[in-house]
Structures are given as structure tokens and as C-alpha cells.
Ligand binder design. Structure first.
Ligand SMILES: Cc1cc2nc3c(=O)[nH]c(=O)nc-3n(C[C@H](O)[C@H](O)[C@H](O)COP(=O)(O)OP(=O)(O)OC[C@H]3O[C@@H](n4cnc5c(N)ncnc54)[C@H](O)[C@@H]3O)c2cc1C
Length: 348
């Protein structure tokens, strides 16, 4: 039986492979290499209501390192729900096959954070979330994750026989880039439509899931996704709605994305998809400008991997300054317009 690392992939609205999934494939490659160099395959798993819509994403996955991709399709998968999706992946795992996963990887996206634990519960397996590193051991892989708000690192191993279900923090483990080759070059043997196969999902029992009462317009914001942005301008409780208008303006100027602290999200100034921290996303941009954020441990765990941190806060004792490369003590409503004007002037 051939062992594989399985990576759960996500596609964006336009049917493209999400940037997080590309990174997860690179991380999966590292894990496959650790498991048994040259002997462990890498399989991407995509799921959706209509397999045709996932064709582009599947091909992109092959270009980004997947040896094979399985597309799960089924009517019940039209809208994401952890109940149906975990049932579908569990069915795929149970199908007789020559390949079996030695680990199942998920990204730290909202979908991955919903699905990973649901699948682990469905399989009665263990789940490690938000792993930041891994190393090979004689009898498996040792996974590392932060504990106690990031002040300690826990090294953990799965019991023999359990399928490890793991979510990986973006920016951790080695990340190899796109090969730049065509699908045919990556998969010269062809067959199986160059490595893509499909699996039809039909629930064998009624899946109970929360009924969708109505679809509300999703709160959205201009600019890149915070998971892939090189520049993030984030706002907190000190910003207010007017502050967020300035933050968006600065983010647009720097071709970046807007991020937010939990209080700012709770107050409705930014959508949940922009939340950075323990209960939101972990980001690692090249530049992280934060405005009116105090620097709670729950926020810092989400942004401390940024290469350069610039903090604007009117309180010189704000904790955020302890993790900043540059600090500006001042009122963001005055500092941001000056920064915006200066950047515009320097470009003219
Ligand atoms: C289980 C749990 C999970 C959590 N998860 C997260 C998470 O994922 N992400 C997260 O962010 N938080 C999270 N929190 C909340 C966290 O504890 C803090 O409450 C939150 O991060 C504070 O947000 P803030 O810094 O925007 O607000 P505050 O702590 O209120 O800080 C506001 C800052 O703005 C400054 N300020 C005010 N006015 C101005 C101005 N005009 N100009 C410049 N500066 C100004 C103030 O000096 C202050 O430092 C979590 C909490 C718990 C218990």
C-alpha cells in the first residue's frame, strides 16, 4: 500500500486554488519528505457541488506539487458545511484504495478550522491544530504547536494507528514555490487525466446540519486577503469607523489588505475574515502597520511573524510597542492622514 500525505484544498469564488492551499501543498511536501523521502506521495483533496467548477483548482494543485488530486463532488456539497464535508472526506477515506493517508493536513482558514476538528471527531481520531513545526522521529513525526499564549512550545506525537489530523499555521514549515512547469511536464506519465480523479459523494444516512435560513450579504472589504498580503494595515478599538476609512486608504495606497483586532471586528468595523489573532488568522506579511491596537497576547500570536511591525498608538506604554520595529506615539487620526499625504507626495 502506497502512503500519502493528504492535503485538504480550497478554491476561491472564481474557481482558482486559494493561496493558502498553495502554501499548504508546499508544507505537505515537506511532511511527505519527512515521512519517507521519495516514498510518500502528496494528494490534494478538493470538494464541491460540481466537480467541473474545481477543474482549474485541481490543475493548479498539480502545478504546485500535488502528485495526484481527488475531487469529491456531490449535491450536498454545494454549500460548505462541516457536517457534510467531513462525512464526504470520511467516505473517501473508507473507499478501498491502493493509497492510504499517513496524515491529513488542513490550512488554518475558516473552512479548515471548521472541517479538521469535525473530521477528527467523525473518525474518532486526534487533532492537532495550528502546528508551527514538525520533525521526523524514529516512529513518526513530532509536531510542534505553541502553548500558553505562545510562551511555550509543545512537542506532540500521535498514537500509532490513529490518522493524524493536523492544521498548519501559514508561514510555518518550508514553503516551496510553484514549479513553473506545465501539468504534462509535472506528470509525464499522463493517465488519470494527469493525476486528477473524482469521487462521487452520496450520503448514506441523513446528515443533520444547521438549516440555512437566509444568505446575508457577506461583509466585505477591498483589497487582498490578509493570508497572502505582503502589507497589512490593521485597526483596533482605538480606530473607530473613521479610523478604518483611513486604514483602508493607506492599505489601498500600499497595495495591501486591511486587518483588525477582535474588538474592531466585534464592533462591526471590519468583517470576521479580517480578524488577526488567536481566534482569527495568523499572518506573516512583510510589513504590518497597526493603528490603535493595544497588543494583547491574543492579538500578538496572530501577527508576531510579520517581518516589520510599525505601531501607531497614543499610549507610549502600550504593549504593542514591545513587539514593534517602529513605534509612533500619537493619535492615529492625525498620523494616518500625514502618512497618506507623504506617500502620495513621494510618488508624484
Ligand atoms: C479567548 C480569547 C480569544 C481572543 N482572540 C482574539 C483575537 O484573535 N484577536 C484579537 O485582536 N483579540 C482577541 N481577543 C481579545 C483580546 O484579549 C483584546 O481584548 C483585544 O485584542 C483588544 O483589542 P484592541 O487592541 O483593538 O483594543 P484595546 O485593548 O481597547 O486597545 C485600544 C488601543 O488603542 C489605543 N488608542 C485609542 N485611541 C487611539 C487613537 N486615537 N490613536 C492611537 N491609538 C489609540 C489605546 O491606547 C489602546 O492601546 C481574544 C480574547 C479572548 C479571551
Amino acid at each position: 500500500m502506497k502512503r500519502e500525505v493528504w492535503v485538504y484544498l480550497e478554491s476561491s469564488e472564481d474557481g482558482k486554488l486559494s493561496s493558502g492551499s498553495k502554501e499548504l501543498l508546499a508544507q505537505g511536501k515537506t511532511i511527505a519528505y519527512m515521512s519517507a523521502p521519495g516514498k510518500t506521495g502528496l494528494r490534494g483533496i478538493l470538494a464541491g457541488g460540481c466537480a467541473g467548477k474545481l477543474e482549474d483548482a485541481a490543475r493548479e494543485a498539480l502545478l504546485n506539487g500535488a502528485g495526484e488530486v481527488t475531487v469529491i463532488e456531490g449535491e450536498e456539497l454545494d454549500t460548505f458545511s462541516p457536517e457534510c464535508y467531513s462525512d464526504a472526506v470520511a467516505q473517501l477515506l473508507a473507499r478501498p484504495s491502493e493509497n492510504s493517508p499517513s496524515v491529513m493536513l488542513f490550512g488554518r482558514s475558516p473552512e479548515g478550522m471548521d472541517l479538521g476538528p469535525a473530521l477528527a471527531a467523525r473518525l474518532n481520531a486526534g487533532m492537532l491544530s495550528d502546528c508551527v513545526d514538525a520533525s521526523p522521529a524514529a516512529d513518526g513525526i513530532v509536531w510542534e504547536r505553541h502553548a500558553f499564549g505562545g510562551t511555550a512550545v509543545a512537542a506532540l506525537k500521535f498514537r500509532d494507528g490513529d490518522l493524524p489530523v493536523v492544521s498548519v499555521r501559514p508561514g510555518s514549515l518550508a514553503a516551496e514555490k510553484e514549479t513553473g512547469k506545465t501539468v504534462e511536464e509535472c506528470h509525464p506519465a499522463g493517465g488519470n487525466c494527469h493525476g486528477i480523479d473524482s469521487f462521487s459523494y452520496v450520503p448514506v444516512r441523513k446528515i443533520r446540519r444547521p438549516s440555512l435560513i437566509r444568505v446575508m450579504e457577506a461583509a466585505s472589504m477591498r483589497g487582498a486577503d490578509i493570508g497572502s498580503a505582503d502589507v497589512i494595515v490593521a485597526g483596533g478599538n482605538g480606530a473607530g469607523p473613521e479610523g478604518f476609512a483611513l486604514i483602508q486608504e493607506l492599505a489601498d495606497l500600499l497595495h495591501g489588505a486591511v486587518g483588525a483586532s477582535r474588538i474592531a471586528v466585534d464592533k462591526g468595523w471590519a468583517p470576521h475574515s479580517r480578524l488577526i489573532g488567536q481566534s482569527g488568522r495568523t499572518v506573516a506579511p512583510r510589513l504590518y502597520i497597526n493603528c490603535g491596537i493595544s497588543g494583547s497576547v491574543q492579538h500578538i500570536v496572530g501577527m508576531r511573524d510579520a517581518a516589520c511591525v510599525v505601531s501607531i498608538n497614543k499610549d507610549p506604554r502600550a504593549l504593542i510597542f514591545n513587539v514593534s520595529d517602529y513605534g509612533i506615539v500619537g493619535d492615529l487620526h492625525r498620523v494616518l492622514p500625514e502618512m497618506i499625504t507623504e506617500i502620495r507626495r513621494s510618488r508624484n
